[in-house]
Design a protein around this ligand. Structure first.
Ligand code: SF4
Ligand code: SF4
Ligand code: SF4
Length: 257
């Protein structure tokens, strides 16, 4: 069953517990401007009539995920429960995910300035922890109940109920964001205003992906194929060598006639 997180921005107090817990538990490099989730403040109006909005900025785990489609090494892929996993061991640091994400989420960390070698970082949906039946670290850390983890369908109903409640209290622009956008996000937001005031695109669009990237992807498949064939050949040669050594050992064990 599809999983998701529901972020109720009306309950967030910008304490940053989610962001700190995420960074600590997911061993994100310290001392660098790399985050899997980051709190942002947006303001509208002019002093003294200023309104601030708080938003947790992270991967939205899109159903129509451009990052998955452009990644040439298949480091990004959908989990069966809908969210988008990043296997850093397969990431070659090309940066296409970052370039084509409609929310500009993945961050690249260049860890070797000489060669330009880099790795991509983005929210992992705490996949290992979720697989064990727990909620995400950020949801567990939020002291104000602003992040709820659970079944996507149930969270949509919960979000719609909360939006109706806000509208009844006079918040005319209240809305649920993420239910339909990009085929459905696996991070849903309760907003009090138009998405743009939170730094979210009002109507996020799947990007135009240049055809040349199809070729890059095919080359990626080819490279994967060559690797698999190479491993197979290695295995056959290794088996042959082991057998040859075993037969020499057996001969040596035989008593001399
Ligand atoms: S928000 Fe960006 S990085 Fe996350 S799944 Fe969507 S396209 Fe990929
Ligand atoms: S789901 Fe996990 S990786 Fe993603 S923002 Fe929350 S704590 Fe960080
Ligand atoms: S932990 Fe909760 S209240 Fe604190 S910043 Fe994160 S979402 Fe907001």
């Amino acid at each position: 069953m599809a999983k998701a997180m529901l972020i109720d921005t009306t309950k967030c107090l910008f304490c940053n517990a989610c962001s700190v817990e995420c960074k600590q538990q997911n061993k994100v490099p310290l001392g660098k401007n790399i985050f899997l989730t980051q709190m942002m403040i947006r303001e509208i109006g002019k002093f003294p009539k200023v309104k601030q909005f708080f938003i947790k900025r992270a991967c939205n785990h899109c159903t129509e995920a451009a990052c998955v489609d452009v990644c040439p090494t298949h480091a990004l892929f959908h989990h069966k429960d809908g969210y988008v996993v990043l296997d850093q061991n397969r990431c070659n640091g090309c940066g296409y995910c970052s370039q084509f994400c409609p929310f500009q989420i993945p961050q690249l960390e260049i860890f070797d300035a000489f060669s330009g070698a880099a790795k991509s970082y983005k929210c992992t949906f705490c996949a290992d922890r979720v697989a064990q039946g727990y909620e995400t670290y950020c949801a567990a850390a939020c002291p104000f109940g602003a992040i709820t983890f659970g079944d996507r369908e149930k969270l949509i109903v919960q979000g719609q109920r909360r939006v109706a409640e806000l509208k009844n209290r006079g918040v005319a622009e209240a809305r649920l964001y993420g239910e339909k956008e990009l085929g459905g996000l696996h991070v849903l937001y309760i907003l009090e205003q138009k998405p743009r005031y939170y730094g979210l695109p009002d109507n996020p669009q799947y990007p135009v992906i240049p055809k040349v990237l199809d070729v890059v992807k095919i080359l990626g498949y080819a490279a994967l194929g060559v690797t698999v064939v190479g491993l197979g050949v290695n295995w056959i040669i290794a088996r042959r060598n082991i057998r040859a050594e075993e037969s020499i050992e057996k001969k040596e064990e035989k008593p001399h006639e």
